[in-house]
Design a protein. Structure first.
Length: 363
């Protein structure tokens, strides 16, 4: 009695951390099926019933829960091998293919990544991710239509799962692109604030620096994803189709990633220009302050020197001509100092530069 109870509690505790388990696929008769909110044991039984099964799992802790999931589904790949990767990872074990690609999201003032694990065996695709993988979850909602478009013949198992893998990677790419859009929107607002005449209370320099770090993180993640997709197309894994027409679909993802990289680099250039503009403006303000302090100091220095000389007790000098001398000397020193320092003034960041930034954002 106690043994059964302990086994039951252990099973419940292992499954409790899985937020959702959903299954979709193609039955042996070629009919698409979909079952939502099943438990892991039920999903494991469904795997052997069809020509293709996709198990979509959302978890709280991907590091702790992935090994348990793989064990339940009979997948022998070591999850720590994938999770040890920096941003992405690729592991081909012959009858099992495992990849890790990033979901990019915006955290507190910076861009972060969350792993999405994809495992492939013959007639099985398993995706594991946390809540940031919402696009894949949305794709699952359209699996009936998606499955009908896949090859139905039993011998076409590699083509079926390769086409499904392509759709999954395409959804990951589109999810990540939305992060770049949000960064561009923030940068546009900063550009408007820079071009406007009103006083800005927040630190735009810090805000632009945070956006620059976000774009760099985005670029690292997209470049890493690009490498994974190239490995899938040219690495010749056993779980991927050899059909050139189907492999060519990965070029669509690669082209999308190339566009994202190009856009991110353009945004990075604009943000760097904005940071330079703010630094230039700060330098100009400091230069102006130094100029006027120099003028003021010189204006005071000459009269003080004359006043000191005229203030010597043994000198008998009439104040009727001392005062005009002080006024004339002060005026001459101010004019000479101002005209000399004016040549070192630096003009502030103007609207022409800001217009070029605005045009880059609108391209």
């Amino acid at each position: 009695m106690w043994i059964c109870k302990k086994v039951y509690i252990s099973a419940i505790s292992q499954i409790a951390m899985l937020k959702t388990v959903s299954v979709a696929g193609i039955e042996e008769q070629g009919v698409p099926f979909k079952k939502e909110s099943v438990n892991l044991e039920e999903a494991a039984k469904i795997v052997s019933l069809g020509n293709l099964t996709w198990i979509e799992i959302v978890v709280d802790d991907i590091v702790a829960e992935t090994p348990k999931i793989l064990d339940r589904l009979g997948i022998t790949m070591n999850a720590s091998t994938l999770l040890s990767g920096y941003i992405t990872e690729y592991e081909d074990a012959g009858d099992t293919l495992g990849i890790m690609v990033p979901f990019i999201f915006t955290g507190e003032s910076r861009t972060q990544t969350s792993p999405c694990l994809i495992f492939m065996k013959k007639d099985l695709i398993l995706t594991i991710h946390d809540d940031y993988g919402g696009k894949i979850t949305k794709l699952y909602n359209y699996t009936d239509t998606l499955m009908r478009k896949l090859p139905q013949a039993p011998e076409s198992w590699a083509e079926r799962q390769t086409m499904l893998l392509f759709r999954l990677l395409d959804e990951v790419s589109e999810t990540n692109f939305s992060v770049l859009r949000s960064i561009v929107e923030r940068a546009e607002q900063v550009e408007i604030d820079l071009a406007g005449a009103r006083q800005i209370s927040r630190d735009l320099s810090l805000e632009l620096s945070n956006m620059k770090r976000s774009v760099l993180s985005f670029l690292n993640a997209v470049w890493a994803t690009h490498d994974i997709v190239r490995n899938l197309k040219y690495g010749d894994p056993d779980m991927i189709s050899d059909d050139d027409d189907i492999l060519e679909k990965f070029e669509v993802v690669l082209a999308t990633l190339d566009r994202q990289i190009q856009m991110a680099e353009n945004v990075l250039e604009v943000i760097s220009t904005g940071i330079t503009a703010i630094n230039t403006e700060s330098s100009n303000q400091l230069t102006k302050l130094i100029v006027w302090l120099t003028v003021a100091a010189t204006a005071v220095l000459v009269p003080n020197t004359l006043a000191t000389v005229f203030g010597i007790p043994d000198l008998h000098i009439s104040y009727t001509w001392v005062i005009p001398i002080l006024v004339i000397a002060t005026g001459i020193s101010v004019v000479v100092t101002y005209r000399w320092t004016k040549q070192y003034r630096v003009l502030p960041f103007g609207r022409q530069k800001l217009s070029s930034i605005r045009n880059k954002f609108r391209k």
